[in-house]
Structure formats: C-alpha cells, structure tokens
Write a protein that binds this ligand. Structure first.
Ligand code: UD1
Length: 417
C-alpha cells in the first residue's frame, strides 16, 4: 500500500489544471450502455473509480479501446446484465448502471452497494422511482433484480434531491415510453453535464440543472463524442492548498460558477481570490478568520469540500462551526487532524474547530476520499514531515495528485511499502 511523505512549510507557486470531473464521468460512462453506437469520451481522468467503472462495463460486454481522441466505447453486444459484488462493493456509483441496463434491455441485476465509510447511503430512492416507471424490483441474496416489459414516463417527485437517483432516473427515462418529469431533481453541475452528454446522443431532455427535468423518451440513442466538465471538487482542493499555504496559485480548467458557495465562503474567511471565466487565482492570503457553514445540496456548500474546509479552518485565527447535513459520518478526518495538533470538538453533525498555527507533521491515516484530501492540505502547512497512509483513497479521485502538487513546489514522496 502506498503512502505519501509530505514535508510541510513550502510556499507554493504556479498554475495547476484540474482534470475532467470524476463525478460527471461516472454516470456518463454508465450512460454508454444506453446506445449500441460507438461513443468516444475525451479526457477521462486516470482515477481508480473511472477504471472500476470501465471494468464494470467491460464485464457486461462493452468494447473499450483507446483512440487518438480519447477512449472509445461500444455497447452493441452486451453479454451480461449483471453488475457483480466484487466491483460494486469497491465503488457505490456502480448502481448507476441500473437505469441504463433496465431501460434498454428490460432487465438488470446489480449487487447492493451497502454502506460506506461516510454513511449508510441507501438506494431506496433509485428503486422506488424506477418502480413508479414500471420496473419490477426484487431484493434477493444481496442483489437488486429489476425487470420491466417497458418503462413508462411519469411524474416523479423526489423527497430529497439525490444526485445519484436523479442521474439513474434521467438515464432510465431517455428510452422510456412517453415523458418523464423529475421534480425536486438534484441541481449539481454534473446533472446538467450528464444531460448534455445524453442530448449529444439524441436524447430529449429539458430543464437539467433546474428542479424540474423533463425527459421525452426516444426509441434509440446514437453515438458521439463528449468531454465532461472540469472537476470542481479537485479545483476547490487546489484553491484551498494555495490559501492554506498563503501562496500564489492559479487553478484552471473548470467553471468557477460551479464553486460559488465555496468561493464566497473562502472570501468571507479572508482569502484573496481573483475569479476568471475558467480559472481562480489565489493571492497570498492574510490571516484567515473562522467560518460558520452547513453543507447542503447544490448550490449550497458541497459536502465534498467539507473536509478540506475543516483543514483550512484549523489554521484560522478564530473558531469555526462546520455542520455536515448530507452524510451521517463524514468527520473521520477530525481525529486524524487531531493527531497533527488540530483542536476541535464534535457534537452530532457539527464540528467546532479552534484555529491555530500549530499543526505538526504526524503519521495519519486516510479513511475516505475527501478526508484524505484534508490530511494532505494540513500536511502542506504542518511543521516537519507527515506520512499519509492508505493513499488509495486519494487515488480514487485525484488525478496525478503527486505530480500536480510537486509542480506547485510541494516536497512530496510516494513510498511503496
Ligand atoms: C454524489 C457524489 C458524491 C457527493 C454526493 C452529494 C457521485 C459519484 N458521487 O453521491 O461525491 O458527496 O453526491 O453531493 O457523483 N440517499 C438516500 N436514498 C437514496 C439516495 C440517497 O437516502 O436512494 C441519501 C444518501 O444516503 C445521502 C444523501 O441522500 O445521505 C445524498 O446522497 P446522493 O445525493 O444520492 O449522493 P450520491 O449520488 O451517492
């Protein structure tokens, strides 16, 4: 298992380009199953989760090959309709193949993802609303078995704007009979990106990115080429890297409007940010003040940047209150940051963080993807060396993290033990 050794205290300098969004590409890759025509995806990030989704599609019979423009997929001869436990258990987003398989082939078997480190993460909304579209669903021996004679478009009112449920239902609806309306749909930019991809293939979707998405079913989708949006969560992480080290760093390759809530919060804390059309430059920031923030569905403060904000808050000159409202168990970075000298208390969903400039390097353990990013950020300013264990969590979501941080001047070494 690899570990990262980071020596803190270096000033960063330069520019870093983020990769295409992991959370946009995971549903888009699942969406390849909707068409029997070749589809080329450009700029797929080199991430473990992206490879897992490709392996999952490969196991179903999708042909996957590299081509000059990117990676070419062809789902013209599907050989299996079953997403097995060995892959699903390593990546919950595997559930996103359910809607595409069911709507195109009328049958799908997907292993139940189960919980993960950050929470229980049920899929009840995915299943309940597919049933409303005419799916018959059985849970049997740890699998979801879904079948239908034909999915039928209808009005689906989600009780909570779940990102994954919105994506699964939108993909199911593109080949359903009639029109599906998803109300209280998730608003995340990745939803609009998935819709744009499906529209490229010939889907008829209106309103993606708003609370009501209307999808008029079509009999068949074609092929095409697509490049997903830049990764807003990766961008936020490098922006915070610039701020926490009081450095001048430019982060490019994404739409800063997708990070409004984050950029406003960082500005409120005292960060100096210049916001362009597709970049943010962090000026050397003065001492930061604490912040009071709750995570929320988009356009609120993203849960996927909560851990990185906590790391930043440990270096502010006053206290912060950060509440996690999306997942039950997403503060596992706190005890690890505590090992580096951070001072905090946790009551239910709210962490109180006492800022100081006293972080010290220590051996720490990654527990999930974004918690790991928080440990890397803390290590950038901690005195001395930090050793970050179980970096495979980071490799799920940060394309070439080592290279990008080194290019900014971080003293970092990956050790294989
Ligand atoms: C997606 C993102 C993840 C991000 C999250 C919230 C991907 C691959 N992952 O995850 O990085 O943190 O959005 O922005 O895009 N819920 C239910 N029942 C359901 C579905 C969800 O109770 O059927 C609950 C979940 O347990 C969680 C909350 O709703 O507490 C949000 O989940 P959801 O929006 O579905 O997130 P994901 O799609 O899993």
């Amino acid at each position: 298992m690899d570990r990262l050794r980071i020596t803190g205290g270096a000033k960063l300098n330069g520019s870093v380009a983020v990769s295409c969004s992991k959370n946009a590409y995971l549903p888009i890759i699942a969406g390849v199953l909707l068409s029997d025509q070749p589809i080329t995806l450009k700029g797929l990030p080199a991430l473990r989760d992206i490879k897992t989704m490709q392996r999952l599609l490969g196991n179903l019979g999708v042909k996957i090959s590299s081509c000059p423009a990117g990676v070419k997929f062809c789902a013209d001869q599907i050989t299996s309709l079953e997403a097995k436990y060995d892959l699903v258990s390593t990546m919950r987003a595997s559930i996103l193949v359910l809607g595409p398989l069911l709507t195109r082939f009328k049958k799908a078997v997907v292993s139940l993802p189960g919980g993960c480190a950050i929470g229980v993460r049920p899929i009840d909304l995915h299943l309940k609303y597919l049933e409303k579209m005419g799916a018959k669903i059985k849970i049997c021996a740890g699998h979801v078995e879904a079948s239908t004679s034909q999915l039928i478009g209808t009005k689906l009112v989600l009780p909570f704007p779940s990102v994954g449920a919105t994506e699964n239902l939108m993909m199911a609806a593109v080949l359903a009979e009639g029109t599906t309306e998803i109300e209280n749909a998730a608003l995340e930019p990745e939803i609009k990106d998935l819709a744009n991809f499906l529209i490229t293939l010939g889907a008829k979707i209106h309103g993606a990115g708003s609370p009501v998405i209307s999808i008029e079913g079509v009999p068949k989708l074609g092929g095409g080429e697509y490049r997903a949006i830049g990764d807003r969560i990766e961008a936020a992480t490098y922006i915070i890297a610039g701020i926490i080290t009081k450095s001048k760093v430019t982060v490019t390759g994404f739409n800063p409007q997708h990070l409004d809530a984050v950029l406003n919060t960082l500005t409120d804390m005292g960060a100096q940010l210049t916001v362009g059309r597709d970049f943010v430059t962090v000026g050397p920031s003065d001492q930061l003040t604490g912040v009071c923030i709750d995570t929320a569905p988009y356009p609120g403060f993203p849960t996927d940047v909560q851990a990185q904000l906590v790391a930043l808050a440990t270096t502010a000159n006053s206290s912060s209150m950060i509440s996690e409202r999306i997942f039950e168990n997403r503060f596992m970075h706190l005890p690890e940051l505590g090992r580096m000298g951070a001072s905090f208390s946790l009551k239910g969903k709210t962490a109180m963080i006492i800022g100081s400039d006293d972080l010290n390097g220590a051996p720490v353990m990654c527990t999930d993807l974004r918690a790991s990013a928080a440990l890397v950020l803390a290590a950038l300013v901690a005195k001395g060396e930090s050793e970050i264990l179980r970096v495979y969590h980071l490799d799920r979501g940060y394309d070439n993290l080592d290279g990008k941080l080194k290019s900014l001047g971080v003293s970092l070494e990956r050790v294989n033990s």
